[in-house]
Design a protein around this ligand. Structure first.
Ligand SMILES: [Zn+2]
Length: 41
């Protein structure tokens, strides 16, 4: 897995300092992690 993609907006994560991992998914930033969470299941 050379490049991770944001599970919310789909952009390629190049900056690992802002990367967020949540429930096995990877997000480019905390905003995406929060936004995805609000969609819920
Ligand atoms: Zn994102």
């Amino acid at each position: 897995m050379p490049h991770a993609s944001c599970a919310h907006c789909g952009c390629r994560i190049v900056d690992h300092s802002t990367m967020v991992e949540r429930e096995g998914k990877t997000y480019c930033c905390v905003n995406c992690a929060e936004a995805d969470k609000e969609h819920g299941d």
